[in-house]
Design a protein around this ligand. Structure first.
Ligand code: OAD
Length: 246
């Protein structure tokens, strides 16, 4: 890929680089996205599965669906895009990886500074006493009850209508507003407030680029679109950067 000289020079001089990732980053690992053709929201309606009322009206159904997704996610491996992002942590003085993904693949690829906006499917907590329950048998399709208080155990993921974890969101907005370069990678930028982050960065003076095989609704607001798969584009970008920084 031909990277613009503007992007490379901005990255070379950057003190603070932040990225927002979405489901597209894990597509090359085999994790289905939500809104692409054949994606998760084509097969299921979010209100059937990803909200608190659905969980309360049929906890076993919602739990078994998350158990199924957990099985898929445990079986897949991080791809070159995840590894390139992990490498970027050591390239820039400050690198912030902000993700909407719940699949844990950034951590598994070695990233350490990860801000999770939508939770993490590997964690669960009791809706009554809020205690965390991390080790669950993925084969168990009936919802678990809390050993402490008998409350229902739910996955620690943000459902429709729920607030994002406050600390994570405040941090993400602050770093977006203070970035020299901001990359929006593998996200349709349809879900707020996450989708605001690249726009906040742009309006605060960052150089902004998207990495996606397709344009999104925020493409016109940003400086450039690197059209392609994140696994390929990011791996090339990191090797180009390492050359530029020598
Ligand atoms: P979407 O499914 O909405 O968007 C996926 C994006 O990835 C699309 O823009 C695709 O064009 C792009 N894409 C597909 N393959 C790609 C590849 N190999 N490399 C790069 N990009 C690729 O997923 P998100 O934007 O992550 O919320 O969705 C945001 C939120 O909506 C999710 O976090 C989830 C969902 O409902 C919650 O669970 C709270």
């Amino acid at each position: 890929m031909n990277f613009s000289s503007e992007l490379i020079s901005r990255l070379r001089d950057a003190k603070v680089v932040s990225v927002l990732t979405g489901a597209g980053v894990s597509a090359e690992s085999g994790v289905p996205t939500f809104r692409d053709p054949g994606g998760i929201w084509e097969k299921f309606r979010p209100e059937q599965l990803a909200n608190f009322e659905a969980f309360m009206s049929d906890p076993d159904f919602v739990w078994s669906w998350y158990q199924h997704r957990r099985e898929i996610m445990r079986d897949v491996k991080p791809n070159p895009g995840h590894f390139a992002l992990a490498e970027m942590e050591s390239i820039f003085p400050e690198f912030n990886l902000i993700t909407q993904n719940i699949d844990n693949l950034h951590f598994r690829a070695g990233s350490k500074r990860v801000t999770e906006l939508h939770g993490n499917i590997e964690r669960n907590y009791c809706i009554k006493c809020r205690i965390f329950v991390d080790e669950v048998d993925v084969k168990e399709k009936k919802v678990l009850k809390c050993a402490e208080c008998g409350g229902l155990i739910r996955p620690d993921v943000v459902w429709f209508g729920e607030m994002l974890p406050r600390k994570a969101l405040v941090f993400a907005e602050d770093r977006a507003a203070n970035s020299d370069v901001f990359l929006s990678i593998g996200t349709s930028a349809e879900v707020y407030p996450a989708a605001m982050l690249p726009v906040i960065a742009k309006r605060s003076g960052a150089y902004t680029a998207e990495i996606n095989p397709h344009p999104t609704s925020i493409t016109p607001e940003l400086d450039e679109l690197l059209m392609g798969k994140s696994g390929e584009v990011l791996a090339e970008l990191v090797s180009r950067l390492k050359g530029a920084l020598k």
